[in-house]
Design a protein. Structure first.
Length: 256
């Protein structure tokens, strides 16, 4: 094991003749497609930090999944980033993809479901998790549902927050809300409403499927947000260059 690659994982730039399996090829392709969106999403986060009354330093995400939101927030310049994930599989995998995307590390062979990992791979996961927590102290990855963890994640923050609410069931090893529904959004907004600061920027993903899959409409969500602060301004993003599969609602306090 050489010092340049202490975890013994094949680097995608390695020319030593290591052959990648189908799962790794698929991961590399999916990463490439996701990275096409990354600059646009980071730009959107930066835009809405500057558009509203407040310039947020705090970024809170629900639904870590593969870590793309955390990566985009990091590259947008947030000084404190926290994210929670209910699925144990994705909570662990996000550490691999985070190190891959933030540092260009060749860790693709470890980006597999927990049920398929060998004992050696599981041990490496533990090492990488410890490494990430040590190196990126301003990034907090929480295990558990947003219903359980969101209040804890924001309770010590005494300034406006940018929220990226993206926790929902999307098949596979992703998780449903604690009450068995596909989305915990109502509960998340209830928790945010209890926070003493009322001038947050709130971004909610996937509005195109809310009514069909989650049981609430655009107007329902706007009403819930307006109960937090009646002065919120709303904008919609359907920019196919950002992400052709997502539609995003932005709520922020406009500049006076």
């Amino acid at each position: 094991m050489n010092n340049a690659n202490p975890f013994g994982i094949a680097n995608k730039n390695d020319t030593s003749g290591i052959a990648y399996g189908v799962s790794t090829q698929r991961f590399l392709f999916e990463s490439f497609m996701q990275d096409k969106e990354y600059n646009s999403m980071s730009a959107l986060f930066r835009e809405f930090r500057n558009k509203g009354k407040n310039f947020e330093n705090q970024f809170i995400e629900t639904g870590t999944f593969a870590g793309n939101g955390v990566r985009d927030a990091w590259n947008a310049g947030f000084t404190k980033i926290r994210s929670c994930e209910k699925s144990s599989n994705w909570h662990l995998r996000s550490r691999i993809t985070m190190l891959t995307k933030l540092e260009g590390r060749g860790l693709h062979e470890l980006d597999i479901d927990e049920s398929s990992r060998t004992p050696e791979q599981s041990a490496r996961y533990g090492m990488l998790a410890a490494e990430m927590e040590k190196k990126y102290k301003n990034i907090g990855l929480y295990f558990g549902s947003s219903e359980e963890r969101l209040n804890e994640m924001i309770s010590d923050i005494d300034e406006p927050i940018m929220f990226w609410l993206d926790a929902h069931f999307s098949g596979g090893t992703t998780s449903k809300a604690d009450n068995g529904t596909s989305s915990p959004l109502r509960k998340e907004l209830d928790i945010i409403a209890t926070h003493p600061i009322k001038e947050h920027t709130i971004i909610v993903d996937d509005f195109d499927v809310w009514e069909e899959h989650y049981g609430f409409t655009m107007e329902d969500v706007k009403d819930m947000i307006l109960k937090i602060n009646k002065n919120c301004v709303f904008e919609l993003s359907t920019d196919i260059d950002v992400n052709p599969h997502k539609n995003v609602l932005f709520a922020y306090i406009g500049k006076l």
